[in-house]
Design a protein around this ligand. Structure first.
Ligand code: AMP
Length: 249
């Protein structure tokens, strides 16, 4: 079974996000970028399925600028076999990425597509769901366990009430949640090996997809600063303040 994994290049999760002074978006110059953390989990799961003998090939895809090659190389160093960069300099929106992935699914015919549950830059949490809808495939979102068996896959999902297990007929779409696994660090020899693995660059046009953004950002603003707290001298004062000053949310 071939697995297709989608990996997005995002501002590193350790970076303190700054809003551009003209409020048109988030500052991205001189900022560290890395692979979306949920996509690392998606790649790790694919690599584990290959190590277990369930998957035969892992193809990683990123839709983004030339620099997204670095993200793809990281995925190759983790154990993916081949990478495809769908090169574009426009801001990618979930529907556009889902259409690109659908076109690649048409070419690559994977048995499973694994994405992150959400990209931490826009927190959309839409691409996997849209892809499954476009393909007419089953979807197992927020996966904390993925267990393929024959022509189906059992996906344990993290839902508000606890856990839910869905059985999907393959091919299917899965999105990775935090507890699915702990991604490995790429070792130095694997980083060196990854440099020689195939990385193909294509354009959205060549896949017949128009990725022109449809959303217009009106304004980006920082959330209001939290007000400083106060210290109370004893429990009695605390209880009193809770009774008289606490607001019911
Ligand atoms: P989102 O719907 O934007 O929160 O993204 C959900 C998942 O879709 C991410 O974790 C990635 O696996 C995938 N994805 C979103 N945008 C891209 C992109 N530009 N390139 C590759 N994968 C993407």
């Amino acid at each position: 079974m071939k697995i297709l994994c989608a990996v997005k290049r995002v501002v590193d999760y350790n970076v303190k996000i700054r809003v551009k002074t003209d409020q048109s978006g988030v500052e991205t110059s001189n900022v560290k970028f890395s692979m979306n953390p949920f996509d690392e989990i998606a790649v790790e799961e694919a690599v584990r399925l290959k190590e277990a003998g369930t998957a035969t090939e892992i193809v990683v895809v990123s839709v983004g600028p030339t620099q997204a090659q670095e993200t793809l190389r990281t995925a190759l160093a983790m154990g993916a076999d081949r990478a495809i960069l769908v090169q574009t300099d426009v801001t990618t929106e979930p529907l556009a990425v889902a259409k690109v992935l659908k076109a690649l699914v048409g070419k690559e015919a994977p048995g499973l597509v694994i994405l992150g549950k959400q990209a931490i830059d826009d927190d959309c949490n839409q691409t996997g769901q849209m892809l499954a809808a476009l393909l007419g495939w089953g979807q197992g979102t927020f996966a904390s366990k993925v267990a393929p068996a024959g022509d189906a896959v059992a996906v344990t999902r993290e839902i508000d009430g606890g856990l839910e297990v869905v059985s999907l007929k393959l091919p299917a779409v899965v999105t990775a949640d935090l507890r699915l696994n702990e991604p490995r660090y790429a070792s130095l020899p694997n980083i060196m090996k990854a440099k020689k693995k195939p990385l193909e660059t294509v354009t959205p046009d060549s896949l017949g997809v128009d990725v022109t953004p449809r959303l217009k950002t009106v304004k980006v603003a920082e959330p209001a600063k939290r007000q400083a707290g106060i210290k109370v001298p004893d429990v009695a004062t605390l209880v009193d303040k809770l009774k008289t000053e606490a607001r019911v949310i």
